[in-house]
Ligand binder design. Structure first.
Ligand SMILES: [Zn+2]
Length: 85
């Protein structure tokens, strides 16, 4: 009887270790979409580091007659430098 219980717990252990081993991969994919959905705010994509930023807090720069948004001043500067070269 005890042997069956041990087998049962061993099975549970294998099941949980497999589940935790598999879950991080599925969690990392589609992270950006979930972020966007969660906030419900106006999100803009920073073309420099590919991060979504809340529009109100983003750094806006006018380039080629178009307004572009960045997560930080340094990203905006980097993008401007790339654009110039
Ligand atoms: Zn950035």
């Amino acid at each position: 009887m005890i042997r069956y219980l041990l087998l049962f717990f061993l099975g549970l252990l294998v099941y949980y270790s497999l589940r935790t081993a598999l879950s991080p991969a599925s969690r990392s994919s589609g992270r950006k979409q979930r972020q966007q959905r969660m906030t419900g705010q106006d999100m803009v994509l920073d073309p420099e580091c590919n991060t979504y930023v809340v529009k109100e807090r983003a750094v806006a720069r006018r380039m080629h007659g178009e307004v572009m948004y960045f997560c930080s001043d340094s990203c905006a500067r980097k993008h401007e430098e790339k654009d110039r070269s």
